[in-house]
Design a protein around this ligand. Sequence first.
Ligand SMILES: Cc1ncc(COP(=O)(O)O)c(C=O)c1O
Length: 395
Amino acid sequence: MKSSQRISHLTGGGSDGWDVFYRARRMKAAGQPVIELTIGEHDIRTAPDILAAMDAAARAGHTGYASVPGTDALRKAVATRIATRTGVATGPENILITPGGQAGLFAAAMATLDPGDRALFVDPYYVTYPGTLRAAGGVPVPVAARPEHAFQPQAADLAVVAPDARVLLVNSPNNPTGAVYDAATLADIAGVVTDHDLWLISDEVYDTQVWEGEHLSPRALPGMADRTLVVGSMSKSHAMTGSRIGWVCGPEEIIVEMINLATHTTYGVPGYIQDAATFALGQGETPEEAVAAPFRRRRAITARLVAGQNVVRAAPMQGAMYAMLDIRATGLSGEGFANALLDAERVAVMPGESFGAAAAGHVRVALTVDDAAFEDALGRLLRFAAARAGAVSPA
Ligand SMILES: Cc1ncc(COP(=O)(O)O)c(C=O)c1O
């Protein structure tokens, strides 16, 4: 029996640069001492007080169907968080609770795209973007954000593809590049989506991990609240990746329609998870800072080690739990470098190419192992790069 085209064409097919990741996993399973700096998963777990709140809620009986849009308390807590941090009036009616940011992205794509609509997204990109846009019937169109622009998308590049598009999907702080979009970039984005009457989907799941500058939500720019869907999540901010809890924030009319979609897809998020999330948001910024602190330290380690050599260059590490390293001086592609590094040093990093053509010649390093192991692994990466660069230098 044939599956639907929708599902069989979800991913583009062909090599996606993730082979090195699966190879590292196999080597580790076979007992080899591989240090994995690959995916965006914290090395700490959800805080005990959040787990206690989850346990108490479950034991209090919150194990039945929960209200599909989200509990009143959590929708209010998310709305308050957003209103406080962005200054944009936001109420519970603007919030749909979703099983993680990914489900929020999916719902946002479903809500804004008709079959055949062109959906712009910034390359390098989070790995699910093209498939998510395709799942909703959209035609994903990458717009390169280049290393020479510190991976900030340029208005001129967006303007070329915007006239035929329906949606622009952006992500700041950015996975995989670590870029935090500055006020000028966000003004350009707002200008393009307004001029061409696009929806903006703004993925802000790393909003608590900002090392340089500040997180600015494009929804706060003039006229943008009516055409922006913000996707948020507790995965990264509260180390709750496995709890699958996130949200979409947008105009009430489209949130109502997305609630209808949720009724026909997820049927909501477990009540005890929502209660734990409500508890966690009630603790304010302190636990968010505690979750972010290890990444801030490892970013400093990266800056120090990279400054001590001149082969590998780091893209500005402004936010999120990654460093994007330019390894072009080694003469290798990102994929070639990642594979050779894995074989030689048992250190696993992601090839830039797995996040799109604009990250070719780079590797993404996740700041997700303890400080000592991280420093050791990065040191090995830099020594390996120096040796390779020596091998290709003419002298
Ligand atoms: C940019 C970005 N958006 C969305 C997600 C999805 O996160 P979750 O579904 O765990 O909230 C991730 C996860 O790594 C991500 O990096």
